[in-house]
Ligand binder design. Sequence first.
Ligand SMILES: Cc1cc2nc3c(=O)[nH]c(=O)nc-3n(C[C@H](O)[C@H](O)[C@H](O)COP(=O)(O)O)c2cc1C
Length: 180
Amino acid sequence: MKVLVIVAHPNIENSLVNKTWIEELKKHSDITIHDLYAEYPDEQINIENEQKLCEEHDRIIWQFPFYWYSSPPLLKKWQDEVLTHGWAYGQEGNKLHNKELILAVSTGSGQEKYQAGGRNHYSMSELLKPFQATSNLVGTTFLPAFIFNGSYTATADEIQDSAKRYADYILTADTLEKVY
Ligand SMILES: Cc1cc2nc3c(=O)[nH]c(=O)nc-3n(C[C@H](O)[C@H](O)[C@H](O)COP(=O)(O)O)c2cc1C
């Protein structure tokens, strides 16, 4: 299983969670880490390069901090430009078919805020639906997201622990559990 982690964090130097996650992932040789903001400081995405990377991997992770209930803009730009007709969708667009997609998302607010009646009103599953719809359209299997809520109040130990659970999850998540 070849795992590609596409990271979109516009301010990784000041990151606590995503930076810790990346450091943990670097210990695993079967994970390719691809940092979009580092790769494209001018935000000019090399589409061919991105498509090739995706084709070479079985499981794709989109890792990002939750910004305004969505991803930072470079990941959206990546979707707009890389998921092309004839490659990702359309009659001949089958290059991502049967691959798996996992979201890895950190949030500032705690989990209790992401529910009906909570401060943010909606659950993470509800708010992440556009990503799931995109996954459906391009034919990837959408596996449960790895979510770390509550970075504003998290301790260093909790963040470190989440990094280990994250690495373990993306290496071992099993599509079969969806069958039962
Ligand atoms: C522009 C911006 C928008 C944000 N929007 C949200 C949000 O909608 N919901 C939320 O829970 N946290 C929000 N946050 C907090 C970030 O999600 C949080 O700081 C980040 O996940 C922590 O990860 P890091 O330590 O890797 O930066 C926002 C932060 C910024 C800078």
